[in-house]
Design a protein around this ligand. Sequence first.
Ligand SMILES: [Zn+2]
Length: 310
Amino acid sequence: MYKIGIDVGGMSIKAGLVDDGEIIKKSIKETNKSGGADNMIDDITQLVNNLLDESGLSIEEISSIGIGFPGVVTSGGRVSCVNLGLDNALIVSQLEKNFKGTHVKVGNDANVAALAEYAYGSMNGYNSGVMITLGTGVGGGIVIDGKLIIGENGVGAEIGHTMVATNYYDCNCGNNGCFETFCSATAIIKYAQKLLEKNRKSIIRDMCENNINNITAKMVFDAYKENDEVALEIVNRFKKYLAIGIANIVNFIDPSVISIGGGVSNASDILLDGLSEAVKQHLPFKKTEIGDIVIAKFKNDAGIIGASAL
Ligand SMILES: [Zn+2]
């Protein structure tokens, strides 16, 4: 049977008809950020109907509809996304009324991405896996024996907000020292800006046309490949804290695999080079083996595919 996966983002809602982890058809709509729960339910209903119309399928041929949201989703299915005007919204029951006979499941987007990797991607075949998504922030997802671990209140697996050290700027969450303030694309850009403001010589300056607001994480990794001194400093700092962040995961869970995704994972060669060894340096049992560290398979489609696997 087919499944439908829906990826709710700040800009768009993307729905996909999925068959065994492969997207067969997509339907996309702009996100109405001020519409609240009722509007969200209407938009999702419309997208599902579009997929059914375009594929000539009936709802009876869809075994489940899964939806990933960029916010907190409790085990009872309540959804809170501050940016989308959803506050403890009950989405599931209304959608199950709209699509009788079909199960509707909801999850957090980072958790859903982990599920995509576990079910069909880089973590497939392992018993337990932890995914860390290095993007604008750092997201996390924990899957053990096929089950997502989200915690009692739906706020577990927030790996990006585990504390790794004192940092020179605070996290958006209000705390200081969060993993994502060291290991996100934002963290890389901010540290590059900080070093270039000190008049340090670097080819990044040419790359960003002398405007530090134009700096991207890719520029820093490209400059690293050219042995640029500033880029070396930024990337080495990033890698140091990546190893510490992963060591924390190993200390807590010791998963069979850790998968790294998100935009920063495009620099996979640089990220993985020496990473396992560096992680072990931060563990109490340095000679013990640790799980594999791999790069995520899915890029933009992780949200749809993972939601379909909920
Ligand atoms: Zn934080």
